[in-house]
Design a protein around this ligand. Structure first.
Ligand code: A4P
Ligand code: MG
Length: 183
């Protein structure tokens, strides 16, 4: 069990965090074990319930061929844009707690998981800290991230100079990413 339940109950409003800064952040959700759509839904709800955090938009859900470790089930993936007053490391801690609550067990790197929540980009923040590297180091190589990110392109403008839509079209030729109708 984690210790954040009561705090989350009390802190549902959006607004600035302790240092007064509110930033846009893009998060990647992924699942390939259990009820994948339910895991993504629960993750979206948990993100919306974080203190000082508001979900601005969620991309459509995609069914995607596994990358990295290919001998595993297809994933459901989605990108969510939030506005948050949480400091980036605190946001990471909260995302990891959401993974834990979804029953995530860390086994193989890149391997199967009930829920993965990665931080893709945080407005105005660059970091090479291995605990939290921003932008996410593998972001621009992966169709399962870039394609849903391109759907939220208008919100991503100003956070990156990458032409996300052109890159999405290019990556999609090599990595299978299909719309998921029941998401
Ligand atoms: N970490 C550093 N930077 C970040 C960041 N920006 N966001 C650290 C989140 N975490 C970050 O992550 C390992 C460590 O990375 C953490 O301790 C954190 O401090 P993890 O979630 O414990 O382990 P993981 O998920 O196995 O590794 P990782 O690096 O997140 O894996 P990936 O790169 O996310 O790959 N194929 C498809 N189709 N869809 C997928 O969703 N996912 C993966 C996982 C592989 N293949 C996939 C998919
Ligand atoms: Mg991860």
């Amino acid at each position: 069990m984690d210790d954040m339940g009561a705090e989350e109950q009390d802190g549902r409003s959006s607004g600035a965090g302790p240092d007064g800064t509110v930033r846009r952040a893009f998060l990647s959700l992924g699942a390939n074990l259990g009820d994948r759509a339910a895991s993504l839904r629960a993750a979206r709800e948990a993100l919306a319930a974080l203190p000082a955090t508001r979900v601005l938009a969620a991309s459509p859900v995609y069914e995607t061929a596994p990358q990295g470790l290919e001998d595993q089930a297809w994933f459901l993936n989605q990108v969510v844009c939030v506005e948050t007053g949480l400091e980036p490391l605190e946001l990471l801690r909260r995302c990891q707690a959401i993974e834990q609550r979804a029953g995530r067990v860390r086994e193989a790197r890149f391997g199967p998981r009930t829920l993965d929540v990665d931080i893709l980009m945080v407005e105005g923040v660059e970091s090479d800290d291995p605990r939290l590297t921003l932008p996410h180091p593998r972001l621009w190589r992966r169709a399962f991230v870039v394609v849903p990110l391109a759907d939220l392109w208008t919100l991503a403008r100003g956070l990156t100079t990458v032409d996300v839509r052109a890159l999405a079209a290019e990556l999609r030729r090599e990595q299978a990413v299909e719309p998921y109708r029941d998401g």
